[in-house]
Design a protein around this ligand. Structure first.
Ligand code: ADP
Ligand code: ADP
Ligand code: MG
Length: 672
């Protein structure tokens, strides 16, 4: 076995690999970019080497710098994680040349599966079923359009070099084909420096079912059952589970055998995943093979009781796999959710910022949390916006989903927008829990999953108000560390006994004014929309608030944070829900102006580049109309008009780089 390895990755996967290495007594070397100097994976590793500026193409994607770091530190092997250089045959070759073991498959196997088009040709020969489509070399737009017509709409255009759902476009009819092709090629070029595409028949209501395969250098090749990854957004996985719901043993074996045949056809070694797309009737077709460890491998680890990173290390060290096919069995059910810094309500636009408050589920025997961040860390626009993966293992699927829904309700993140609410809604959705699983689920149930929240409850407003009062109290000159403060004694909120404060909130369009009457006994009477409630509050141990409200005791968090427009928002976490309230400061008139001004303009939600502009000065636009396309985090994001209006100014042109928060389009004030 190795005595020291280097991990050529960052974030949760780097941390996860370090964990297993440490357990096996293997020293670890981390690499990091400027943006990651303080990152969790750097802190966890035994050594860390700086490899360059923040953009991945100048650091994590530079093979030479990484091989160099391994040589300098005496690492005998390199684990590439997923993404970055993990499926880069040139990198695997560079490792070999330097006498360093690449913890992954042989170069030829990476090459064979690197292009989805080439992979399909190989699978066709091996007799593995394929989705009807075109995966030829001729890339002329005319021929591709003709092929699309032959296959029959709807079709799916895919980047041959694709991954992570990038460079993909569904096309409903011939009229939209040329535009979609151009878009897919643009995105493919930006992400993979290769704009070769293939076309497939677009299946409606399919399931994504994939098989985890493993092979060693002693001729053994086996499968560790399946994962269902059908719950997706933008063709990227959001929830993954193992085993797949309703999988019968015969079909499991047929798919496992097909996956093993695929692996054997290319002389595979190490961990790999063969992805299939399945019809509702169970017919399955080969989609692609990922020649690396997959993001969602923990669900397989949970149901098999194996550590796949340990398997990778064992196999890379030239030993036999720890188990044979007949020694593997499925135990219970596991589900994983990907907690992303993104805004589901804005078409899953990535969200960046500092994690000023972070409370992830606590790990336990059946709860696993894989994360690369801590409170205070920043989600930057440079890398994938995943905050954590949460995995629950339980007796059966229903129990696992129920527990996951609870965990997502208890997850607290302030500083970036997350998909926690959507994950909770999904895991609690009766249809999903009942086994309705396909890649169109989120879209089909959109209205329920994205239901507009009801007005904030009195309880939520009370918690925010109490947090505000505590803040005032803490800031008062007499209170910090004051041994005579009545705060600690809990028998008087104010030195002067009775008094009265007023706190005003904006809850969406509604404005709520709360009067807080401080009683002599330390309790507070709050006048809320539904009536007066009696409350008590004090600091709890973990930075939260211990609240007594209307006779009930609980802990809650209400975290203030300055918003982009200068106002202050309080995020309230209570009862498994979160809610944002805007503090209305009566002394600060600029706040009202700022809010009004932001309605008259559209700002950039992310740093990025303008790649398409669809309006000019003088245009009349209606709410929701596409105004421009921003390329950020290697994806295209269409920005739409926030309201009806007339365009007064367009601040940037195509090709220009814009900062987060930059004013892009200004509108005339239509009301006046
Ligand atoms: P696929 O969708 O192809 O099955 P996964 O769902 O396993 O693959 O996601 C892996 C892909 O997601 C990578 O190929 C990469 O593009 C992207 N990705 C996700 N997280 C990260 C990360 N932390 N670092 C780099 N790439 C990442
Ligand atoms: P990536 O490399 O980005 O993971 P895949 O080829 O694995 O690309 O496809 C990603 C997702 O897109 C699949 O999981 C599935 O939801 C959807 N998809 C792919 N091919 C088809 C198809 N032919 N019909 C319908 N959906 C598809
Ligand atoms: Mg895939």
């Amino acid at each position: 076995m190795f005595s020291k390895i280097l991990i050529a990755n960052r974030g949760e996967i780097a941390c996860r690999v370090i964990k297993t290495a440490r357990r096996l007594g293997i020293k670890t070397v981390a690499v990091y970019s400027d943006a990651d100097a303080e990152a969790r994976h750097v802190a966890m590793a035994d050594e860390a080497i700086h490899i360059g500026p923040s953009p991945a193409r100048e650091s994590y994607l530079v093979a030479d710098k990484i091989v160099d770091a391994a040589k300098r530190t005496g690492a005998e092997a390199i684990h590439p994680g997923y993404g970055f250089l993990s499926e880069n045959a040139g990198f695997a070759e560079a490792c070999a040349k330097a006498g360093i073991v690449f913890i992954g498959p042989p170069t030829a196997a990476i090459r064979a599966m690197g292009s989805k088009s080439e992979a399909k040709k190989i699978m066709e020969k091996a007799g593995v079923p394929l989705v009807p489509g075109y995966h030829g070399d001729d890339q002329s737009p005319e021929l591709l359009a003709k092929e699309a017509k032959r296959i029959g709409f709807p079709v799916l255009i895919k980047a041959s070099a694709g991954g992570g759902g990038k460079g993909m476009r569904v096309v409903e009819g011939a009229a939209k084909f040329a535009d979609a092709l151009a878009g897919a090629k643009r995105e493919a070029k930006a992400s993979f420096a290769d704009d070769h595409v293939l076309i497939e028949k677009y299946l409606t209501r399919p399931r994504h079912i994939e098989i985890q395969v493993f092979a060693d250098t002693h001729g053994n090749c086996l499968y560790l059952f399946e994962r269902d990854c059908s719950i997706q957004r933008r063709h990227q996985k959001v929830i993954e589970e193992a085993p797949a719901p309703d999988m019968d043993p015969a079909r499991r074996k047929a798919m496992g055998d097909a996956a093993v045949a695929a692996a054997k056809a290319i002389g595979y070694v190490g961990a790999g995943t063969v992805e299939f797309i399945a019809d509702q009737d169970g017919t399955f077709y080969f989609m692609e093979m990922n020649t690396r460890l997959q993001v969602e491998h923990p669900v397989t680890e949970a149901i098999t009781g194996q550590d796949l990173v340990e398997w990778q290390l064992v196999v890379a060290a030239g030993r036999k796999m720890p188990r044979s096919q007949d020694q593997l069995a499925i135990d219970g059910h596991a589900v994983e959710v990907r907690l992303y810094a993104e805004d589901p309500a804005r078409n899953f636009l990535p969200s960046t910022g500092t994690l000023v408050h972070l409370r992830l589920p606590e790990e336990g025997p059946n709860i696993r949390v894989d994360t690369g961040v801590r409170e205070g860390d920043t989600v930057t626009p440079f890398y994938d916006p995943m905050i954590a993966k949460v995995i629950v293992h339980d007796r059966d699927r229903t129990s696992a989903m129920r527990r996951m829904a609870v965990l997502m309700g208890e997850t607290e993140v302030v500083g970036v927008t997350t998909n926690a609410g959507l994950l909770k809604a999904l895991c609690a959705h009766p249809a999903f829990v009942g086994g309705e699983v396909d890649t169109g689920f989120i879209e089909r149930h959109h209205d329920q999953l994205f239901a507009k929240p009801a007005p904030a409850s009195d309880r939520t407003i009370a918690i925010a108000t109490l947090a505000r009062l505590v803040e005032w109290h803490d800031a008062a000159p007499s209170s910090p560390g004051d041994p005579y403060s009545p705060w600690g004694a809990q028998n008087g909120f104010r030195l002067l006994g009775e008094g009265h404060d007023e706190v005003r909130w904006k809850d969406g369009e509604r404005e709520v004014t709360v009067q807080a009457y401080h009683r002599r006994d330390g309790s507070i009477g709050l006048t809320l929309p539904g009536g007066t409630l009696e409350a008590r509050v004090r600091h709890a141990d973990d930075g939260r608030l211990a609240v007594l409200l209307a006779g009930e005791t609980f802990t809650a968090a209400a975290v203030p944070r300055a918003a982009n427009d200068g106002g202050v928002d309080y995020t309230v976490f209570a009862d498994g829900n979160q809610r944002r309230l805007r503090l209305v400061d009566p002394l600060d008139v600029t706040q009202y102006e700022a809010v009004g001004a932001s309605e008259g303009s559209m700002r950039s939600p992310l740093p990025g580049k303008i790649i398409d502009l669809r309006v000019k000065v003088g245009d009349t636009v209606s709410k929701g109309q596409a105004l421009l396309v921003l390329e950020a985090m290697k994806m295209e994001h269409t920005l739409t008009a926030p309201a009806d209006g007339k365009v007064k100014a367009v601040r940037y042109g195509i090709g220009e780089q814009v900062a987060e928060g930059a004013e892009l389009v200004e509108f005339d004030d239509t009301e006046s």
